[in-house]
Write a protein that binds this ligand. Structure first.
Ligand code: SF4
Length: 456
């Protein structure tokens, strides 16, 4: 069996499963957030009853991350629905943006978008917060009401996005009926060259197979190149599996996975035991594709979809209005570090927004010194508007007062994962997706730029 089949067989209490079978799977964790949580809760109450109890209050994780630093009354109402439900059910893991005791809290525009406004429980964007807070474990099943839940496949976990109705069912029963996906195998060989990042790997793959090339399939990564990818690199690649239509992504378990998961579960006092899955000799793949990492170049996905990949070097004529560094794909500490490597001692030529994925990323950047300056200072000195309020921000457009939202038909280069029309706000804006290094280099020149020209 493939890695995905092995996890699903275990979660179904079976010795074997085959691709195409419909099976009942037990969930380990259900994650929801401020956008889909209220809808999920509504369906749960409608179908299970107003006084129903959730299946397991320790296995439901609720995050506030999408529309939180905004004055929108609708967004505030969503947060209230979550708070009420958490209190009523005794949900153990609720990462609330609100400072404790500040009932009715909402974003204060007078304080501005840059200075911290959140309380200590805020954890930032769900897909980065979940592993940081010790909620992902190898060999387990994670369902989340968000398509980029597949990010946790980086940790040898079956993780997939589900709709509100399915999530309400999981909330009430702890199970879900699903079809075992076929598995595609991506063999990563070699090592990335300087200036080439994990984002380039996944853009390359989506460019090769198309935005529907892995529809309802598992994308399993393997090969000697995996060992050279950090955990955050693997998260970036797994995050964008859904941009090829995949059901999930999955990486093999190794020492890096163990180190990360053990540190995080211990730190946060979450469940520490887990059983990873190892590859079998008789795995059956529906397709296999070799990616030679050392031959990859910085890539850019042109609008209107993430599969329109071109080499950054051939897009030098594309003039830009804005750059954006952030999201669950490109707002991790390592992403900002790569930006800082390019931006150190330079100045951006276009408006550039930086939105760290989690408060932990903010703290890392603010306490790590390169010489006299922190990484945070290197970025702000270069002219990047860095906010201390981690959230999805403009990745999904958001209410009109969202930080970094594109309100005009601008051309933006971004570390995010989707570039469909209207994704970051204005429907006529053009979004170019690229690695943090390429976004930083392009911010300096004001045109799409291969970052290798700035590296020694
Ligand atoms: S950062 Fe963007 S892609 Fe990630 S969860 Fe938020 S809105 Fe979705």
């Amino acid at each position: 069996m493939t890695l995905t089949e092995k996890i699903l067989a275990r979660a179904a209490g079976r010795a074997r499963v085959e691709a195409g079978e419909n099976i009942w799977v037990n969930a380990d964790i259900l994650m929801t957030h401020d956008i889909c949580g209220p809808g999920t809760i509504g369906v749960f109450k409608r179908e299970f009853g107003a006084n129903a109890r959730v299946w397991n209050r320790e296995r439901i994780v609720i995050v506030t991350d999408h529309y939180i630093f905004t004055c929108s009354e609708l967004a505030r109402r969503n947060l209230e629905v979550l708070r009420q439900f958490v209190a009523e059910q005794g949900i153990q893991y609720f990462y609330d943006v609100t400072p404790p005791g500040a009932r009715g809290w909402s974003f204060d525009p007078a304080l501005g978008p840059l200075k911290r406004q959140h309380g200590p429980r805020h954890a930032g964007i769900c897909h980065v917060a979940l592993p940081q807070k010790g909620h992902v474990r190898p060999g387990e099943v994670l369902f989340g009401t968000d398509s980029h839940t597949c990010t946790a496949g980086a940790f040898n976990q079956f993780a997939t996005g589900i709709g509100n109705t399915d999530a309400a069912f999981v909330m009430g029963t702890g199970k879900l009926l699903l079809k075992v996906p076929e598995t595609m195998h991506f063999v990563l060989e070699g090592k990335l060259a300087p200036g080439v990042m994990a984002k380039d790997v996944v853009l390359h793959i989506i460019g090769r197979i198309g935005f529907d090339g892995a529809t309802y399939r598992a994308m399993q990564f393997g090969g000697s190149g995996v060992a050279f990818l950090s955990i955050e690199d693997r998260m970036t690649i797994a995050n964008m599996a859904i941009e090829a239509g995949a059901k999930n992504a999955i990486f093999p378990f190794d020492g890096r996975t163990a180190e990360y998961v053990e540190a995080r579960t211990q730190l946060n006092n979450t469940k520490r035991d887990y059983v990873p899955v190892e590859p079998d000799r008789d795995q059956k793949f529906v397709a296999e594709l070799v990616v030679e990492l050392d031959r990859l170049e910085p890539l850019v996905a042109c609008p209107p979809d993430p599969s329109r990949c071109k080499r950054a070097a051939e897009l030098g004529d594309v003039k830009l209005d804005r750059a954006y560094i952030g999201s669950c794909t490109g707002g991790k500490a390592s992403d900002f570090v790569e930006c800082a490597r390019i931006l150190r001692g330079r100045t951006v030529a276009i408006e550039t927004f930086g939105v760290p994925a989690t408060p932990e990323v903010v703290a890392d950047l603010q306490r790590t010194y390169w010489g006299e300056k922190t990484i945070w200072e290197i970025l702000t000195d270069a002219g990047v508007q860095m906010t201390e309020n981690p959230s999805c921000a403009a990745c999904l457009g958001g209410p009109p007062d969202t930080f970094g939202r594109i309100d005009k038909p601008l051309r933006c280069i971004s570390t995010t994962n989707r570039n469909f029309p209207g994704r970051m706000g204005h429907k006529d804006a053009e979004i170019y997706l690229a690695s943090p290094a390429t976004v930083a280099a392009s911010a300096v020149t004001g045109r799409i730029t291969d970052p290798r020209q700035f590296l020694g």
